[in-house]
Write a protein that binds this ligand. Structure first.
Ligand code: NAP
Length: 311
């Protein structure tokens, strides 16, 4: 017979840890699975300056470490283990992981989303050192600098426009002539005099200077394969996000983009007793603070649901 717990939280970003802090303080003794990337997306950023309460900013990994400690302080059982399969067809639910199997009266899904990346080794190596997948988070680190945005969708247009508040020049690199972005977003970007275009190009390589930070890229033309060196101090990848919902396919209702569907304004999923919070259910805001907010909501919804069930 496997262990039975009140609440199992799957995922260790700001949403998961906030849900853990709340459910632990409600004496529900949650178990939290950290997954493959403990701390989530914030562990691949450097300074976080937009999370309220840190007047001098904080490093992403340090903030996640603090959140983990805070969750553990109230009794969360944080496990360095990855959930591989769930059975939500009957209660208690079954959660299989790399190192075992446990049962849960309720589950909070906070597996987050992953920014799609171009796929270069240098991109991973320079993440947080000039490469970023979030302009809202990192644009302010590039005052009067020249930066590049990769992508041709609404995200790329939005990030490019946002970056022009700080950067001296923003060049949009897109692999085709035509954009995928909506007309209004494209028009706004085209009207912005700080934005330049490198259409029909891909980023072939990202180069670092002696200080270990981005100093330029190699562009390859998709029309004639020619290459050119291009100087820039920042590279923003804006080619979309994917919610981490693979293990929930056919287990929970997902929306058209693959995000976990929840009740409007709430966190209840299509399965009673399973709640979702953070980027896995939010394609719009995707911020640490909004994830933490929905993590709190999921914990409260879960606690009330357990109470109603007399569990
Ligand atoms: P998207 O619409 O899927 O666009 C992704 C872009 O990245 C495409 O232009 C694509 O090129 C390019 N791309 C994909 N993989 C690439 C690769 N490996 N290398 C180079 N380029 C690559 O994604 P999104 O822009 O994140 O938008 C997602 C959804 O959110 C959309 O429905 C969008 O309308 C919405 N959104 C709305 C707003 C807003 O209204 N304010 C803001 C942001 C996002 P191709 O075009 O060649 O495929």
């Amino acid at each position: 017979m496997s262990e039975l717990h009140n609440v199992v939280i799957i995922g260790s970003g700001p949403a998961g840890y906030t849900a853990a802090i709340y459910t632990a303080r409600a004496n529900l003794k949650p178990v939290l699975f950290q997954g493959m990337q403990p701390g989530g997306q914030l562990t691949i950023t450097t300074d976080v300056e937009n999370f309220p309460g840190y007047p001098d900013g904080i490093m992403g990994p340090e903030m996640m470490e603090d959140l983990r400690k805070q969750a553990e302080r109230f009794g969360t059982d944080v496990r360095f283990d990855e959930v591989t399969e769930v059975d939500f067809s009957k209660r208690p639910f079954t959660i299989k992981s790399q190192f075992g199997e446990i049962q849960a009266q309720s589950v909070i899904v906070s597996t987050g989303a992953t920014a799609k990346l171009i796929g270069l080794d240098s991109e991973m190596r320079l993440m947080g050192h000039g490469v970023s997948a979030c302009a809202t988070c990192d644009a302010a680190f590039f005052p009067d600098k020249e930066v590049v945005v990769v992508g041709g969708g609404d995200s790329a247009m939005e990030e490019a426009n946002y970056l022009t508040r700080f950067a001296s020049k923003v060049t949009i690199v897109h692999r085709r002539e035509g954009l995928r972005a909506s007309k209004i977003m494209e028009d706004r970007a085209r009207a912005n005099t700080k934005i330049e275009w490198a259409l029909n190009n891909t980023v072939e390589e990202i180069h670092a200077g002696e200080n270990g930070k981005v100093k330029g890229i190699t562009l390859r033309s998709t029309t004639d394969d020619s290459e050119q060196e291009f100087g820039c101090e920042g590279l923003f990848v804006a080619i979309g996000h994917s919610p981490n919902t693979k293990i929930f396919t056919d287990k929970l209702e997902l929306d058209a983009k693959g995000y976990v569907a929840v009740t409007p304004g709430g966190t209840a999923t299509s399965v009673e007793g399973v709640f979702a919070c953070g980027d896995v259910m939010d394609a719009i805001y995707r911020q640490a603070i909004t994830a933490a907010g929905t993590g709190c909501m999921a914990a409260i919804d879960c606690e009330r649901w357990l109470e109603e069930q007399d569990l």
